[in-house]
Design a protein around this ligand. Structure first.
Ligand SMILES: Cc1cc2nc3c(=O)[nH]c(=O)nc-3n(C[C@H](O)[C@H](O)[C@H](O)COP(=O)(O)O)c2cc1C
Length: 374
């Protein structure tokens, strides 16, 4: 439906294939709010192992979030998390092929600092660097360090992000940049080295203005929604907005995979996590999201969903059934790929690489590769 070509980044989606990435567990606990989940300590050692397994599996990218305050509870969920720039620079050295996507908060970083960090990461990674641009949404995370401007609301944080990303792009390409915006000031600002090629830009804005920023300025969007129909609607919308700007972008979603010996075994594992829901961490998450104390502990749509203990949509089953469900979702949604989360990364990534990914590559071939082979 979008007539404009995608900017090529050496990804399967350049030629109609599907991009399959990994969301690294850089914060303790991963994406399961449960006392019964496997041990995920959010350490460099664990994430290094994940990166190597993702590379061996043939995954297209690895991504790190940026987080400054966790949710507490018995498991102290996300209370500890690694710095995404330092982490991804290190992981660039231990991987060769997979793309390296880091995250920066526009509220926290001067764009000239960000431009230089990404230009450096682009050299370190040999041209594999990407950046997830996030505005920062939760007051407690930034007020704790005196970095929450009370007079800048949600949409204005996106106005700031517009100026920020345009400044960063200009610093990557121009000899010198002068810009006097509402939020960004650059005066004859120089930034060297330039990245040899522009880093891949992603964003996960799901509000109207967040989707607009992403469709206008980025190369890919992470969509909200878990079903094929929800994702198809959001994917079409993001691509339609991009087309308004004469652009095309990739659309991704996020999914947790719980892979078991059989469907029943995987379902029992998922139920075990739900049985161990960390109520304290859930309350902490709700507080961070802005729920009032009076609402916490009451039953609502949010808590009903949270009872699963999963922080994202999930697909549960044997390797074979996960393959079919993921394939059906990609087909029904028409999205360009997925960023995957696992309950147990070390156990599941080799299974994903050996059994699931090859079947998905066969079902959604890169059109150029298919033409060459055929
Ligand atoms: C895949 C994905 C990754 C995200 N990474 C971060 C992150 O690292 N740090 C952060 O503060 N927010 C992160 N977010 C939140 C988004 O940036 C965004 O604020 C959220 O989706 C709500 O959209 P809105 O800002 O348009 O309201 C992420 C969201 C998704 C779906």
């Amino acid at each position: 439906m979008n007539p404009h070509p995608l900017t090529p980044f050496g990804l399967p989606s350049d030629n109609g294939g599907k991009d399959l990435g990994l969301f690294l567990p850089v914060a303790n606990g991963g994406w399961i709010l449960s006392k019964n989940k496997p041990e995920l300590d959010g350490s460099y050692a664990y994430n290094r192992q994940c990166a190597l397994l993702a590379e061996q599996a043939g995954m297209d990218f690895i991504m790190s979030m940026s987080k400054f305050r966790g949710y507490g509870g018995e498991t102290r969920h996300w209370d500890s998390s690694l710095d995404p720039i330092v982490l991804m620079a290190a992981l660039s050295e231990v991987t060769k092929k997979t793309r390296i996507v880091t995250t920066l908060h526009t509220l926290l970083q001067n764009p000239a600092v960000a431009a230089k960090m990404l230009a450096t990461l682009q050299q370190v990674s040999g041209g594999r660097a990407g950046l997830n641009v996030v505005t920062g949404s939760y007051k407690g995370e930034f007020a704790q360090m005196g970095a929450w401007p009370e007079d800048v609301n949600h949409d204005q944080r996106y106005d700031l992000a517009y100026e920020w990303v345009r400044a960063v792009k200009a610093l990557w390409s121009d000899e010198s940049v002068t810009m006097h915006g509402d939020y960004v000031t650059l005066d004859d600002c120089e930034s060297w080295p330039k990245p040899e090629s522009r880093p891949f830009l992603v964003c996960a804005g799901s509000s109207e203005i967040g989707m607009r920023l992403t469709s206008e300025e980025m190369d890919a969007i992470f969509l909200s929604g878990g079903t094929g129909a929800e994702l198809a609607k959001n994917s079409d919308r993001a691509k339609a907005i991009a087309a308004e700007y004469g652009r095309n972008i990739r659309t991704y979603s996020m999914m947790t995979l719980v892979i078991g010996e059989s469907d029943d075994a995987a379902k029992a594992t998922a139920q075990h996590y739900a049985d161990g829901l960390d109520e304290g961490a859930l309350a902490g998450m709700m507080r961070a999201y802005g729920f009032l104390d009076a609402e916490i502990g009451k039953e609502n749509d949010f808590t009903r969903k949270a009872r699963s203990s999963f922080m994202s949509a999930q697909i549960v089953g044997s390797a074979r059934s996960v393959t079919d469900q993921v394939g059906d979702l990609l087909e029904a949604s028409g999205t360009d790929g997925l960023m995957l989360i696992f309950d147990d990364y070390i156990k599941s990534l080799p299974i994903f690489g050996a059994e699931i990914l090859p079947a998905l590559r066969a079902r959604f071939p890169d059109k150029v590769a298919a033409a060459v082979e055929g």
